[in-house]
Design a protein around this ligand. Sequence first.
Ligand code: SF4
Length: 128
Amino acid sequence: MSARKDYGEPIREMICISCPIGCHLQLFKDENEELVVKGNRCPRGKEYAQEEYYAPKRVVTATAATADPDAPRLPVRTDKPLPKEHINDLISEVYALEVKLPVDRGAVLIENYRDTGVNLVSSLTLGK
Ligand code: SF4
């Protein structure tokens, strides 16, 4: 049986949200500065922790103004998680939008935001 390595205090802790179990993950750095993940019950937890640590992303939801006073706000969201560093700028652009109605659920309002491959889409069919 091999001795269990002691990495000291974790550098981060997080809950894996890849499935409903919600494993409590602890992140350490080894002597080569490689990320070590503990607490995951399956390999998806390690992938989740690595992405969350090195390149966190989030699905963005917001509302955009429309040109129709009877339905002045349209719920919108990104169709995929967006790298976190772009989120504030995207929200500023959403608040500057004025969407012409009618619009279908899933209609692309901003395409391939900053070459991330992420689109901003309508969350609702509105104005029909
Ligand atoms: S590590 Fe695996 S089992 Fe644990 S929450 Fe993540 S996906 Fe689920």
